[in-house]
Design a protein. Structure first.
Length: 712
């Protein structure tokens, strides 16, 4: 096989999935599932699945230009309490020492009920550090039971020399060690220490897994470096995993939305990755995933991960009956209960059935519904069965069941409740959709999404069970991701390298911004990105005094749109009109540059029951593949050559700035040029905005066009 390919591997608790994707067209060439090889070790399954796919599709090791691995190892280790105990060497001097002694002593962290991350603590005066005192402190912690060391000093983000000294000594003594400054460059000693402790507790386990997996890939003779999925939807090199395994925590949740974002070209939407037991819900806005600080055991950390809401409502969720009425759906699933789904039973398996109520686990109430078929075999009634009965699961879908078996099972429940099978299924769906819609409405409000534009996107094996009925209830659009059951694995295969730096800086200067930009580029290149492909986004959080730099980049020398064909201006205009809720004939093309096209449309809105008719303008920026990357009402725009930034853009920004006695409030600004969409909405002053714009566009010719959109 001469074509170049990308391989994605996703190791879950039940199955290991792999996909092969054409590196040029991004079409899925092959996909496969095998049971996860727990006994022989997951690395054995990785070799087995890669080797089979390469052999079947005549792929040589040289054809593989990218290989990435998504793993639940870190998440599972935390959930199961399978972590190393950590010794903390706290440090400070003078007036800071008193507070730092308490802030670096984080105690035992509860990871799950009755499961703790054990930590031990000692404290040293930074001014009196010596090789002997450091060695003695580490020995004390080791004797107490510490397996990994964390060095955490007040203000180490400004000068990490003492933390680095402790790290070197610990490594000389044969112990893994990490420093607070390696995990985060934010002030906040307690949270920085806690995040470093969680990271350190994972290092021994992840080192073992990383080494085994890396060897497994080498055994296939693939030369491309193995990349690992991060919790924010990017990937990093396996060497970085050895230092910062915490970044792989929750990466299983990130992979699915990364696949939807890149493979499905979603602009604004809610993504559902639905399995048998639970559904993970996340937000995409302006073509980007929404990210928050993660919590471990109820404690905040400096780990930035996808904002994912998880609910125990999915395809295998069992039905609960209490006092002769349907009481609930889930949280137990047929999978957890060890029961077969009624809707997947072969034709003839259920011709008549008898309802019984069971306890899936010994401490569960006896109210979960199963049916006994005519031959005595037991099947669970599930949400997937209800969705199939009501016609929400289309033919050929992964979750499509067998009507001949499903209908008699639900008729039995209907008779038991004194109603019909369809009415029972409707009550079940209504209950499930009520739970899901409450979460989705919260997300729409929190992220200020326009419900007339968003789409619910279904992924995972049970996506169709949920999104079609939910879209109907909420009166919004929906779509199923292509190759939905493999969307996480596709997300792994298509992921970009991602890195982030945060620093505590009040009123950052131009020099601060340039320095953090240079540092994050250096960091992402170390993580495996090619420098030519790196994009950097700068955010300033004035309330928390945080300066943040986010870098994304590709592992090859070029980035490519994922196999999408370019659209005509007329086709893009229709997409823009739909996104704005305007008529096509009232939407016009205004200007464009690079991959970007700006359209303006007239929106006719009615208020007070239609008594008042409002005419408003809206703008939409559509990329060449037809993805709406920005849409705003009452926004202003300007196009200008780079060389005339000062006279045209500065005037434009000033016109859209609100002046008051207290201060000047600049508008929210997005800038588009070449292949780049630059989000400047976090800037607080015109000077900050000009500085970043100049840094980002310094390699452009003066004659090249830039497009800016501003709104208040």
């Amino acid at each position: 096989m001469s074509k170049k390919v990308r391989i994605g591997i996703d190791v879950g608790g039940t199955f290991t999935d792999a996909v092969v994707i054409d590196a040029n067209t991004y079409e899925v060439i092959a996909k496969r599932k095998i049971p996860t090889t727990h006994k022989e070790g997951v690395a054995h399954g990785v070799v087995k699945i890669i080797s089979a796919l390469m052999e079947e599709n005549h792929i040589s090791p040289e054809d593989v230009v990218f290989i990435a691995h998504g793993t639940t190892q870190a998440t599972n280790a935390l959930l199961e309490g399978d972590v190393a105990s950590v010794g903390i060497v706290g440090m400070a001097t003078g007036i800071d020492a008193r507070g730092a002694r308490g802030e670096t002593n984080v105690g035992d962290i509860e990871l799950a009920p009755h499961k703790y991350l054990k930590s031990y603590h000692t404290f040293l005066d930074s001014k009196e550090l010596s090789d002997e005192s450091i060695r003695a402190a580490i020995k004390t912690l080791k004797d107490q039971g510490a397996q990994v060391i964390v060095a955490s000093e007040a203000f180490s983000v400004d000068d990490p020399a003492n933390e680095q000294r402790v790290i070197r000594t610990a490594e000389e003594m044969g112990l893994y060690c990490t420093g607070g400054h390696e995990i985060s460059q934010l002030y906040g000693l307690k949270m920085r220490t806690r995040t470093a402790v969680v990271n350190a507790s994972l290092i021994p386990k992840m080192m073992e897994t990383a080494n085994m997996t890396e060897q497994a890939v080498r055994d296939t003779k693939i030369k491309s470096d193995l990349m690992i999925m991060r919790c924010d939807g990017g990937v990093m090199s396996i060497d970085e995993v050895r230092k910062r395994p915490i970044l792989t925590m929750l990466s299983g949740l990130a992979a699915g939305v990364a696949g939807a974002l890149m493979y499905e070209k979603v602009s604004d939407g809610i993504f559902f990755e639905a399995g048998g037991t639970s559904v993970d819900i996340s937000v995409i806005k302006n073509g980007k995933v929404m990210i928050k600080y993660a919590q471990v055991g109820g404690h905040k950390t400096y780990l930035q991960s996808l904002d994912v809401r998880t609910l125990g409502v999915a395809g295998g969720s069992m039905i609960r009956v209490r006092d002769g009425r349907i009481a609930d759906v889930g949280p137990r699933s047929a999978h957890i209960a060890g029961k077969e789904y009624e809707c997947f039973a072969p034709a003839g398996a259920i011709t008549s059935a008898k309802v019984q109520l069971v306890s899936p686990r010994s401490d569960d109430p006896c109210e979960y519904v199963t049916v006994l078929a005519q031959d005595g075999r037991e099947y669970s009634l599930t949400l997937a069965g209800a969705a199939n009965l009501l016609g929400y699961v289309p033919d050929q879908d992964y979750a499509r069941g067998v009507d001949a078996s499903n209908a008699p099972a639900w008729e039995a429940l209907g008779q038991y409740l004194g109603t019909t099978g369809r009415e029972a299924a409707r009550q079940v769906m209504d209950l499930a959709m009520e739970k899901l819609s409450a979460v989705v409405e919260d997300l729409i409000a929190e992220y200020d999404l326009d419900r007339s534009f968003i789409s619910l996107v279904g992924g995972g094996g049970s996506g169709a069970v949920i999104v079609n009925a939910l879209a109907e209830k909420m009166k919004v659009k929906c779509q199923m991701a292509k190759n939905a059951p493999y969307i996480s694995t596709i997300g792994v295969a298509l992921a970009m390298v991602r890195e982030q730096l945060e620093r505590t800086i009040a009123n950052p200067t131009d020099e601060d911004i340039k320095r953090i930009r240079a540092d994050v580029i250096e960091k992402i290149v170390r993580s495996g990105a090619k420098e030519d492909t790196v994009d950097v986004s700068i955010e300033i959080d004035a309330q928390k005094n945080i300066l943040r730099a986010i870098a994304t980049g590709a592992t090859e020398l070029r980035q490519k749109s994922l196999g999408a064909a370019e659209l005509s201006r007329e086709e893009m205009g229709k997409i823009a009109a739909d996104s704005l809720g305007a008529r096509a004939e009232q939407t016009r093309y205004v200007c464009g540059t690079g991959r970007w096209n700006l359209f303006e449309g007239q929106l006719n809105k009615r208020m007070l029951g239609g008594l008042i008719k409002l005419k408003r303008r809206g703008v939409a920026v559509v990329d060449r593949e037809g993805v709406v990357r920005l849409r705003k009402e009452q926004a202003s725009y300007v196009a200008f050559p780079k060389g005339r930034r000062r006279e045209i853009f500065n005037h434009f920004l000033d016109d859209n700035t609100t002046y008051s006695d207290a201060n000047a409030t600049i508008p929210k600004v997005f800038v588009f040029y070449k292949e780049k969409m630059l989000d400047l909405t976090g800037m607080q002053t015109a000077e900050q905005l000009y500085s970043i714009l100049d840094v980002e566009t310094e390699m452009m010719e003066d004659s090249e066009e830039i497009l800016a959109v501003a709104y208040k």
